[in-house]
Design a protein around this ligand. Structure first.
Ligand SMILES: [Zn+2]
Ligand SMILES: [Zn+2]
Length: 313
């Protein structure tokens, strides 16, 4: 991979990804038999890494990504900094049902999914060449998903990304910004939902319209620090959050934020709705500023009004 001329930003050159299959609208509307992720088509994916078995069939299934971002180019050039593009790129399918969105799975199924996230992070972090494992979900074509069948991606890279390093600098126990954010936002007009372990709110200065964060109420580093009730709390508030985000758009990214081994960090999840036509344009590119079209207080009021608080979670 190639480093920016001077900033701590890296670019993967992965030409193989241009060969990816993109589902057409027709595939989803008519026939799911050609779907790589559906039960019965397990032989179409690379060899399985793990699965969660429920009632005689799998509920969650993990396998390597056929078109990995990593490993595409290992370049060295005098003058400009490069690094190995070594890593791992995996897919986690969270439901055997081709037509089910992840927001529609049960709390118990979401707990299975979160445990799978945790186990894959732990397994990949055991590789001494891995610096960080990014776990994210692209839901919908506008959010970057190429296949309609719901899935999460796991990308293990050799370095800790600058964005995570910056967050680590502000997550020291006792003076953690996320602990402070929790205290403030749970009583702010941006609060969306709260339970014993997590709080969901719209951030004060979002990067994207209708952005929603789910932040641990305890100062914990990662999913490893959640016991069973706290995992169920996270599954519940996450499902509610995704459902209510889908009331504004079916397209969103969900990104886990946790600290690498040994780091001091405050675990949280960011959900970024992708509104069509709201691309980052010239002003945003030239300044790194953001422009949003709805104040987070207004979005939070909409989310509070439409969230299903009467569900088990
Ligand atoms: Zn499918
Ligand atoms: Zn904290």
């Amino acid at each position: 991979m190639r480093k920016d001329y001077f900033r701590d930003l890296w670019t993967f050159v992965a030409p193989g990804r241009a060969l990816r299959h993109f589902d057409s609208k027709e595939v989803k509307a008519s026939d799911h038999t050609g779907c790589f992720f559906c039960p019965g088509n397990e032989n179409l994916t690379p060899p399985e890494i793990s699965r969660v078995q429920e009632n005689g069939s799998w509920q969650v299934r993990v396998f390597p990504n056929k078109f990995p971002i990593i490993g595409g180019e290992d370049i060295s050039e005098n003058g400009w900094e490069t690094a190995s593009s070594y890593g791992h790129h995996e897919v986690i399918v969270e439901t055997p049902d081709h037509y089910q969105r992840v927001s529609e799975i049960t709390v118990a199924e979401m707990v299975n999914t979160l445990r799978t996230y945790r186990d894959r992070i732990n397994a990949l972090e055991d590789d001494p060449n891995i610096g960080y494992v990014s776990v994210f979900k692209n839901q919908g074509r506008e959010a970057g998903a190429s296949l309609d069948h719901s899935h999460t991606q796991v990308l293990a890279v050799t370095q800790v990304p600058a964005q995570i390093k910056e967050k680590m600098e502000h997550s020291h126990t006792g003076e953690c910004i996320y602990c402070k954010i929790n205290q403030g936002e749970r009583v702010s007009p941006r609060l969306v939902s709260i339970n014993d372990s997590f709080v969901a709110f719209c951030p004060f200065a979002p990067r994207f319209t209708h952005e929603l964060w789910v932040v641990s109420r305890e100062h914990i580093r990662s999913l490893n620090n959640l016991n069973d009730p706290a995992l169920a709390d996270l599954a519940g508030i996450l499902l509610k959050s995704l459902k209510v985000v889908e009331k504004v758009t079916p397209n969103y990214n969900m990104v886990l934020n946790y600290g690498p081994k040994g780091a001091d960090f405050h675990f949280h999840i960011e959900i970024v709705p992708r509104i069509p036509h709201q691309v980052k344009a010239g002003f945003e590119l030239g300044t790194d500023y953001a422009v949003i079209t709805t104040a987070p207080e207004e979005t939070a009021a909409f989310y509070r009004e439409h969230i299903s608080e009467n569900q088990p979670y």
